[in-house]
Every structure is written in C-alpha cells, then in structure tokens.
Ligand binder design. Structure first.
Ligand SMILES: [Zn+2]
Length: 125
C-alpha cells in the first residue's frame, strides 16, 4: 500500500521555487520579515500541521519581487501548501495554453464517463 503516493512529487514542487534569484541582501530582508511577523506564521489560512511558528520567508506573489511588501513569514507547512497551490495553478494555466481547446472532437464528449453524486468506488475505507 502506498500511503503517500504524492510525497515525492510534492517535494519536487516545493524545491522548484529555489530557482528564484535572490538579492544579495536576502538574509537581511528575511530577518526583517521575521521580525515584522514576530516569528509567527502569517498565512491567511493555515495548513494542517502548522503550529503557528514561522520558519520560512515567502514571496506573497511568486516571482522576482523581493520588496518587503511582497514578503511574508510562514511555517514550513503553510509555505509548502502555498507553493503547491501556486505550482498547481501554474501547471493548469500552462496546460490550458498548450492544449488550444478551440476544437473538440464531438465523439470524446459522449465517451467521457459520467460521475454522479459523491460515492466514488475508488475511495478506500
Ligand atoms: Zn501557518
């Protein structure tokens, strides 16, 4: 039984934000963000497992804006959850752009299996 099938995938998603270039005074900015947050996790809604203590500096809007206004202090759990959401959203958008869904094959519409209600047979008990 694979209890956590997406664990390795999550880890890869999470580490992918390391590619952002950081300014030379990143350490100082980070310290300022931590001090401003008084070490608390500043997530708007906390991820399960967050104990309210911040440990990581996050870009509110992902990218190269390292202004203090765009930085917040998050726990590892909340940072990970936010990064996952951002990556999922990015992948979804990329996929949409790649697919060019201007033309649909009419046959595929009938072929799609129907899902009615919430009883999924694949859900383990
Ligand atoms: Zn949190």
């Amino acid at each position: 039984m694979d209890a956590m099938p997406s664990a390795s995938r999550r880890e890869r998603w999470y580490t992918s934000d390391r590619r952002y270039r950081l300014p030379s005074d990143w350490g100082r900015r980070k310290a300022a963000v931590r001090a401003r947050a008084r070490g608390r996790c500043q997530a708007a809604s906390h991820a399960p497992g967050c104990n309210g203590v911040g440990t990581e500096c996050d870009h509110i809007v992902a990218g190269d804006d390292h202004d203090l206004d765009n930085l917040q202090w998050l726990s590892h759990e909340c940072h990970k959850a936010k990064t996952e959401r951002e990556n999922a959203e990015r992948n979804r958008r990329r996929k949409l752009m790649r697919l060019h869904p201007s033309e649909r094959q009419p046959g595929l519409l009938d072929w799609t299996p129907r899902r009615v209600g919430g009883d999924s047979p694949a859900t383990p008990v």
